[in-house]
Design a protein around this ligand. Structure first.
Ligand SMILES: Nc1nc2c(c(=O)[nH]1)N[C@H]1C(S)=C(S)[C@@H](COP(=O)(O)OP(=O)(O)OC[C@H]3O[C@@H](n4cnc5c(=O)[nH]c(N)nc54)[C@H](O)[C@@H]3O)O[C@H]1N2
Ligand SMILES: Nc1nc2c(c(=O)[nH]1)N[C@H]1C(S)=C(S)[C@@H](COP(=O)(O)OP(=O)(O)OC[C@H]3O[C@@H](n4cnc5c(=O)[nH]c(N)nc54)[C@H](O)[C@@H]3O)O[C@H]1N2
Ligand code: SF4
Ligand SMILES: [Mo]
Length: 766
């Protein structure tokens, strides 16, 4: 191997323990303590005056969209306070007054920085100027924007085929930036467009598309308010979508019931103090969950099958439990499903779930008489080998109950990054879409490639095998987000060029290709000015509504470029001003980009006008009960197999989850307040009986190992914590445990890594 590649960087950073403190897990989420925690943090990071100015504009019609999760804002935003603790933390993280540039990198080599933890790296602050890491060097140095574009263009021209380039996207980019980026990749000649949703809701997209005809959810925010039953499966809203709890509170006040399906009793789902209501500030909070089904990891399919079986038995008596009118008119596959369900033994199903049958019967009784049912879900369903089938099974339940395409009912995959759904809508997609390619030809005047591109797993493998050589990332932290950290690190290090368009320092800037670039960009909250005009971008939330976002804070430096502008300038340099698309003009005037989006992307319509105020909804065939794109013109019931994992002696099922103090790979702090863990992330949540059996006591240190295809992978140094989790199940934080997830094990068809069901063994460290 070329000696230039041999930078001695650590791919994991520090494995050191940081000094744990434990308390009892919290029963309720948010309340004043949540807001206090948030304000303390934002004031410290970005100053009190700036914080208050920005927070008052967050999620407001004339302000900017929260950069954290994709939960929607109410159509009529309140004058103040449309944010939550984690939104405030995300703002503080991007608007921090700490900055790093050339001096910092002259002082610190990438080798030295790589020894630090992800938490320490993020704390250094905002990246403020374009930087290059040249072959053989271990220090980033200043580069001009134009030289950076020229360098990237030169490397792209050197490739043997356009398919040696890979264009990754993380879900925080605006529609305008993502559209330009996707069109540049295609104009360059490749569909290699992996994106974070490949590791996230891809299983939802696949399952929804083939059963209901659209890869997005069907519910609107208001639907939750008057639903009769909301099922929350595999999701921890108290931490990851906190304002969802306000919607659930409204649902409860209107008489709705909530069923949570989760191996953990997540706080917030149990009890919630809404800081936005007087009652929540003063009172004891609402008990949100009516029925908690505490199942074993990845046993949702047997659980839902059991619910359907029991409902079918009741329906056989009354013919009123399933919505037969709806099924006859709109649904395909009823008889096949009813025959299939008979094959399963109720007791076997019950045993797999590990849930108390009394609770299951309560859920059956509740569901039997209701039809306005919504299922909300997130990573607890998608990141398993059978993720697509699990989601299809939940959709079966909704279809049987006629809970699709009507008000206060339907599917609600709760998206992660604030514009991950929009990025996909505007063309970040590794699949070929012939209709899209035709419109590109018609309106942009070039021929888009018709060869299937690489997704995240495909991209990792291509780079590892030397077939992917130039890797450009629009945001994100690919190294830490992807599975199998060691494999991914080697993959990145084999590239000729890696480029990170970023706001904050992360490990993907340190474990790089031969040449590496950091292109620093604006955060959402920052003013994007051009020729004296404030520019805005558009964002699509989790429920398909497109709305404007404009920042208000002074940018972290004068040497940042907006994402659309830098992509446009790169494209302009690459094509040397000689292309059917007027790239440079697009980078200057986003109105022109939006006109192209309206023409090229189906469903977008007069976006500049319609995205004003609370914005506009993109078309959704499920809301219109239009299944004409599906076989027989009907929604599809599906037959799904049971997951097959038999745990052998001393084996456990590990799920990798988020703490309350992180946004994916960005670690804000070392506490997980709701779970009662302070000042430590290297923890393993374990059932007390399992601990006894393994001869472990509280705070013993263990190494966690997985064994797939004869390869042993180990995550070192974790403190064991007794926790209320079903026997045989474990939980630990991502990304520290990503080393355990094998790169070649993923959900069938969606290729989402199996981050929530990893078979592991433990070794006590003496
Ligand atoms: N503050 C904050 N907000 C975020 C993020 C963040 O990191 N921090 N990340 C954003 C992103 S990109 C995403 S995708 C979302 C993620 O949002 P979530 O999906 O809520 O995130 P996870 O922490 O992965 O939690 C998964 C939940 O599923 C449960 N679970 C695990 N396995 C199973 C199973 O087999 N069955 C069932 N029924 N439940 C299971 C876990 O106990 C846990 O409660 O949040 C978004 N919002
Ligand atoms: N084991 C395990 N692995 C997982 C998961 C899991 O649950 N378990 N979850 C998966 C999921 S759901 C997801 S979505 C992925 C996340 O994967 P990614 O999206 O790749 O990762 P993030 O941590 O969200 O990216 C953080 C970085 O984005 C950059 N950034 C922040 N804001 C901006 C911006 O406005 N513009 C630009 N250009 N850059 C910005 C910053 O430099 C920051 O360091 O991880 C996946 N990996
Ligand atoms: S719920 Fe999500 S989008 Fe809304 S303020 Fe909180 S973090 Fe931001
Ligand atoms: Mo995600």
């Amino acid at each position: 191997m070329d000696k230039d590649f041999c930078r001695k960087v650590s791919i994991r950073g520090s494995n050191d323990l940081t000094g744990i403190k434990l308390t009892e897990p919290k029963r309720h989420a948010a309340g004043m303590s949540g807001i206090q925690a948030a304000l303390q943090h934002t004031f410290k990071e970005m100053g009190a005056v700036r914080s208050m100015r920005a927070l008052l504009k967050m999620n407001q019609n004339d302000g900017f969209e929260c950069p954290s999760c994709a939960w929607p804002d109410p159509d009529k935003a309140s004058k103040i306070g449309e944010f939550c603790e984690n939104g405030a933390k995300a703002l503080a993280d991007e608007a921090t007054t700490e900055h790093i540039g050339r001096e910092f990198f002259r002082k610190h080599s990438v080798e030295e920085l790589s020894l630090l933890s992800d938490y320490e790296l993020n704390k250094f602050g905002r990246l403020i100027e374009p930087l290059v890491l040249r072959p053989g060097s271990v220090h980033y140095e200043l580069i001009t924007w134009q030289d950076a574009y020229t360098l990237i263009s030169g490397e792209l021209r050197k490739l043997d085929t356009p398919d040696e380039a890979i264009f990754y996207t993380s879900g925080r980019s605006s529609n305008e930036a993502a559209f330009l980026y996707g069109m540049f990749a295609r104009a360059f000649g490749t569909n290699n467009m992996p994106d974070c949703s490949n590791m996230c809701h891809e299983s939802s997209g696949v399952a929804l598309k083939e059963t209901l005809g659209i890869g997005k959810g069907s519910t609107k925010l208001e639907d939750l308010y008057k639903a009769e039953v909301v099922i929350i499966a595999g999701q921890n809203p108290g931490t990851n979508h906190p304002r969802m709890l306000s919607a659930l509170e409204k649902c409860k006040i209107n008489g709705g019931k909530i069923i949570s399906i989760n191996p953990l009793e997540e706080s917030g789902l149990v009890n919630f103090k809404n800081p936005q209501t007087v009652k929540g500030m003063l009172g004891g909070g609402e008990d949100l969950t009516n029925i908690h089904l505490q199942l074993n990891i990845n046993q949702d399919i047997p659980l839902i099958k059991l619910l359907i079986k029991k409902l079918a038995d009741l329906d056989a008596e009354t013919a009123k439990v399933f919505d037969h009118e709806f099924i006859n008119k709109y649904v395909d596959g009823y008889d096949a499903l009813m025959n299939d369900i008979k094959k399963y033994d109720s007791q076997d199903l019950l045993r797999s779930t590990g849930v108390d049958e009394v609770r299951i019967n309560e859920a059956v009784q509740l569901l039997a008489s209701k039809s306005r049912i919504i299922v909300c879900w997130a990573m607890g369903l998608t990141q398993h080998k059978n993720g697509v089938e699990t989601i299809r099974e939940y959709i079966n339940l909704l279809l049987l109950k006629g809970a699709i395409g009507k008000q206060n009912a339907g599917t609600c995959p709760v998206r992660g990054h604030s514009n991950v759904q929009g990025d996909r809508s505007v063309g970040i997609m590794h699949h070929v879409d012939v209709a899209l390619n035709n419109r590109i030809k018609e309106y942009l005047g070039f021929i888009a490639p018709d060869k299937e591109g690489l997704d995240t797993v495909g991209a990792m493998k291509a780079m590892y095998e030397g077939k992917g050589k130039a890797f450009i990332c629009l945001g994100g932290n690919f190294l830490m987000a992807a599975s199998d950290t060691e494999y991914t690190a080697k993959a990145l290090q084999r590239c000729a060029l890696t480029v990170q368009i970023s706001t904050k320092l992360n490990r993907s800037h340190l474990v790089t290709g031969k040449t590496a670039l950091i292109l620093p960009t604006f955060g959402r909250s920052e003013k994007d000015m051009k020729k004296g005009q404030l520019r805005y971008v558009t964002i699509e939330n989790s429920m398909g509504r497109v709305r404007q976002s404009r920042g208000l804070l002074k940018p972290a430096s004068n040497n940042l470029k907006s994402e659309p502008e830098l992509i446009a300038e790169l494209a302009d340099t690459y094509f040397e001003g000689n292309h059917t698309v007027a790239w440079k003009a697009l980078g200057e005037d986003y109105e022109l980009i939006r006109q192209h989006i309206d023409n090229v992307i189906k469903g977008f319509d007069k976006t500049s006008e319609n995205s004003k105020g609370s914005g506009y909804y993109l078309p959704n065939n499920v809301r219109d009960l239009d299944f004409s794109g599906l076989p027989n013109g009907k929604a599809q019931l599906t037959l799904n197999r049971l997951p097959d994992h038999e745990l052998r002696k001393n084996e456990f099922m590990l799920m990798t989850i988020r703490s309350h103090d992180q946004f994916n790979t960005t670690i804000y702090g070392l506490n997980d307040r709701y779970r009662g863990v302070y000042n430590e992330r290297r923890v393993l949540f374990m059932n007390e009986e399992d601990m006894k059996q393994q001869d472990l006591i509280k705070l013993d240190v263990v190494d966690i190992s997985s064994f797939y295809d004869d390869t042993k992978r180990t995550a070192y140094n974790f403190l064991v914590i007794p926790y209320k989790i079903p026997k045989g199940n474990l939980a630990a934080y991502f990304p520290e445990t990503n080393v355990l997830v094998p790169y070649n094990h993923y959900a069938v068809r969606s290729k989402t890594p199996i981050s929530k069901s990893i078979v592991v063994k433990l070794t006590k460290v003496i």
